[in-house]
Design a protein around this ligand. Structure first.
Ligand code: PXL
Length: 276
């Protein structure tokens, strides 16, 4: 069986990060180990007074135990990190568990709609930049790309501009940057750059004018799962766009739930068919 480890927070209520990544990657038939970076009572997007337990100190202990056990992973995938201090710890984790024959995905979760998430600082942004340099794949949205590249946020980025941004993102040091939230007419999608072969790939679906929490985590989870299963960059991109779009469509009839996250559970059954 393929094995992945994902390092991100648990938001106890509100569907994102580990509560999305674990079911999705598992549903793809991949054993999924987790390292929680923090435990929050809810995600931070739109909720107030949420609790936040920082688990920074646990991460090196978990890593040391796993090293002692000789565990190995086909994929290492990181998302929301709870503090700048975690960047160095995750970087050390990459040094211990990264190998020639596995790969690292960094989803530099930092913000959306041009703004950083609550509590995120310039220190975390520069830490994420360093982490991206160690990754094979990075999956920023437009907001995260603008912070990583230290350029103004651009809304409605088209495919041509996304190619310029992807070249700059590759210069951070990763081989395959993937940019989400790209617009093409009334479509919405993602563009990837294979900097090893100098090739661009893209995938689009109809645009839905609705912000739904956790869709970036759905995208990154399906993408990571697909690459773990040996799919090529273009196919992984297509699957991630398609499944994320299906989750958004499935959520729209449940308008009162949209605030908390997507109804991705309704689509998990079809995910197994999509990856065949
Ligand atoms: O979906 C990204 C994410 C992950 N984890 C936490 C968040 C967010 C986005 O707001 O608040 C805790």
């Amino acid at each position: 069986m393929k094995k992945a480890v994902t390092i991100q927070d648990i938001s106890c209520f509100g569907k994102c990060s580990l509560t999305v990544a674990l079911p999705i990657i598992s549903a793809m038939g991949i054993e999924t180990a987790v390292i929680p970076t923090a435990v929050l009572s809810t995600h931070t997007g739109g909720f107030r007074d949420y609790t936040f337990r920082d688990l920074t100190g646990d991460i090196p202990q978990i890593a040391a135990h796993w090293k002692q056990l000789g565990l190995a992973f086909d994929a290492v995938y990181t998302g929301y990190l709870g503090s700048p201090a975690q960047v160095q710890i995750v970087s050390d984790f990459f040094d211990t568990f990264g190998r020639e024959d596995n790969f690292i995905v960094v989803d530099p979760v930092m913000g959306d709609a041009g703004r950083l998430y609550a509590g995120f600082t310039d220190e975390l942004v520069s830490g994420m930049r360093r982490l991206c340099a160690k990754a094979d794949y990075i999956i920023p949205n437009m907001t995260e790309a603008s912070f990583l590249l230290d350029i103004p946020y651009e809304e409605n980025t088209n495919e041509e501009r996304s190619r310029e941004l992807l070249r700059l993102l590759a210069e951070l040091g990763c081989k395959y940057p993937v940019l989400t939230g790209v617009r093409r007419g009334d479509e919405h999608g993602a563009v990837a750059f294979d900097s090893v072969h100098g090739e661009f790939m893209s995938a689009f679906c109809p645009h839905v004018d609705r912000q739904i929490h956790g869709t970036g985590d759905i995208f990154a989870s399906v993408f990571t799962g697909a690459v773990t299963l040996g799919k090529g960059l273009g196919e992984a991109l297509g699957l991630a766009v398609r499944f994320t779009s299906d989750c958004i469509t499935a959520t729209l009839p449940h308008a009162d739930e949209v605030w908390y996250g997507s109804c991705f559970e309704l689509c998990l059954g079809s995910l197994t068919d999509l990856i065949k």
